[in-house]
Design a binder for this molecule. Sequence first.
Ligand SMILES: Nc1ncnc2c1ncn2[C@@H]1O[C@H](COP(=O)(O)OP(=O)(O)OP(=O)(O)O)[C@@H](O)[C@H]1O
Length: 253
Amino acid sequence: MTTLLDVQKLSRDFGGVRAVNQVDFQVREGEILALIGPNGAGKSTVLNMVSGVIPPSEGEIRFSNQPLTRVQGYEYAGLGITRTFQNLQTFDDMTVLENVMVGMHTQTSASLFSCGMNLAKSRKEEKMMQEQAQTWIENVGLAEEASLLAGSLPYGKLRLMEIARAMVAKPRLLLLDEPAAGLNHTETAEMSRMFCEIRDNGTAILLVEHDMDMIMMIADRIVVLDQGSKIAEGTPREIQENPRVIAAYLGAE
Ligand SMILES: Nc1ncnc2c1ncn2[C@@H]1O[C@H](COP(=O)(O)OP(=O)(O)OP(=O)(O)O)[C@@H](O)[C@H]1O
């Protein structure tokens, strides 16, 4: 299978602390790769480097064979990489539809001038954007909430809204930072089903998550970090039986 994301010898220091140490892994097209590890293992730091939120101290990240070194954070969606955050990043006083449309800013070509003049092109694009956003709102099961203010939605639904916003940009790679945090069992199961559908429709997923049931059910492969370094990589079954992984988690407890 073709490699979509190639991470080589990735490291990140915060002051004197090495949070991520020489980590290598690949995400292939059409797969869900889970990044797991005990608290403080460096998972979010890896995700933040892959999505351009913070620069690496060392190492290289290539997407579709292109180095991401000089790519600016705002350019990632245009390249085909979108993400959700561990702490929700929503606009409470905007509707669900408007929140989801924020994820589409990379797809408009109408200039500021034509937008300002409300010319035909920008009106057509606005309509197209609304339809695409509406489709994703329905896909994540929020059709009835589309016109409600995001601030009025319960936590689980806001998480779904974030996924719709990440998906309207039609990414080739979706990065998810603890998407199931704070969800109940039914919501987690529904979300798992949705991630499998997203993968089956051609978007690869890099998933950071603590919910082991979810990971073991949906991940094609798993990379395990402990104290900043990669300690294992394999299928869910291989990882479950790996003595180093078991020791890292038991040690953490
Ligand atoms: N901005 C920062 N400044 C200083 N240290 C940081 C910063 N971000 C992360 N760290 C440290 O880097 C290490 C890895 O943190 P990170 O959040 O990546 O781990 P994690 O595996 O995502 O943990 P968790 O599962 O608890 O979210 C930790 O020791 C953390 O304290």
